[in-house]
Design a protein around this ligand. Structure first.
Ligand SMILES: [Zn+2]
Length: 270
């Protein structure tokens, strides 16, 4: 069996490790199998209510279930495994990791014959991702080919987009209700590439717009957000604590509120 992994999934794991260099952390792996290969399309962090400590982490299971539901509706992808970080001296799965993996493999409801279990180790600020697979009560190193995300995930125009799925439409309604509650009406534009853009006028700087670009797997991937100034025609990327620690329960309206709050604070100080 050949394994392939999305570059974006690797970046998600690296980013999560870099955010928590001194704690154990991890997340799940999602993807699909066909006759030729097993493809890992997405990786997640452990979820906003996860517990991270130096030698242990506990996943936020309801959150991860919600992410799985979204990704299944968008791309018909399923749970394939779990990744986590180890201290540098232990660059392989532990006995405990094998036991918990085998609980899942032996559970007929999970429909897994093996569990992909990468271990990440950090040396300084560099993250090494070591892929393993657990089956039959033991772990084995595995190889995987890294592919650009877009080669693994179906693309527009034929693919369903997040905002056309049932779960995506209810998300979109929730986003719009939140904006309405904030008293703003965004201009919403579909991109030819399957992206969805929200242009929101800024009350504090009336000529400027907050532009939020949602990728095909929004809200699993965070939006890309910039402040657009029509006078200079320049986009300035948003520096946002919410974006840095994004989870699917956050809304675009939260980013707008955060930015306006910071702008008002600057105004009253200045
Ligand atoms: Zn472990």
């Amino acid at each position: 069996m050949k394994y392939v992994v999305s570059q974006r999934a690797l970046e998600t794991m690296e980013w999560e490790c870099r955010k928590f260099p001194d704690a154990e952390t991890g997340g799940i792996l999602v993807g699909f199998k066909d006759s030729q290969r097993t493809a890992i399309t997405h990786a997640t962090g452990p979820g906003p209510k996860a517990d991270r400590s130096q030698h242990h982490f506990t996943k936020d299971t309801p959150y991860l279930q919600a992410v799985l539901n979204l990704l299944f509706q968008y791309y018909q992808v399923n749970y394939l495994g779990v990744w986590h970080k180890h201290p540098l001296g232990m660059p392989f799965p532990s006995g405990g990791d094998i036991l918990s993996a085998m609980e899942e493999v032996d559970d007929p409801k999970m429909e897994l014959d093996k569990l992909i279990t990468p271990i990440c180790v950090m040396s300084g600020s560099s993250v090494e991702i070591l892929p393993f697979v657990i089956a039959g009560g033991r772990y084995q190193p595995m190889g995987w080919e890294v592919l650009p995300h877009d080669q693994l995930v179906p693309q527009a125009p034929d693919a369903a987009q997040w905002y056309t799925t049932t779960v995506g439409q209810s998300r979109l309604a929730q986003e719009m209700a939140e904006f309405e509650g904030l008293g703003v009406s965004p201009d919403v534009r579909k991109g030819n590439d399957g992206t969805y853009r929200f242009h929101v006028p800024l009350g504090t700087e009336p000529s400027k717009r907050m532009v939020m670009l949602c990728q095909g797997d929004y809200p699993v991937s965070p939006p890309e957000v910039a402040i657009y100034d029509p006078k200079t025609k320049k986009y300035e990327p948003l520096n946002s604590p919410i974006l840095n620690d994004w989870n699917i329960y956050q809304l675009l309206g939260d980013l707008y509120r955060e930015y306006q709050g910071a702008a008002l604070a600057d105004f009253s100080e200045g």
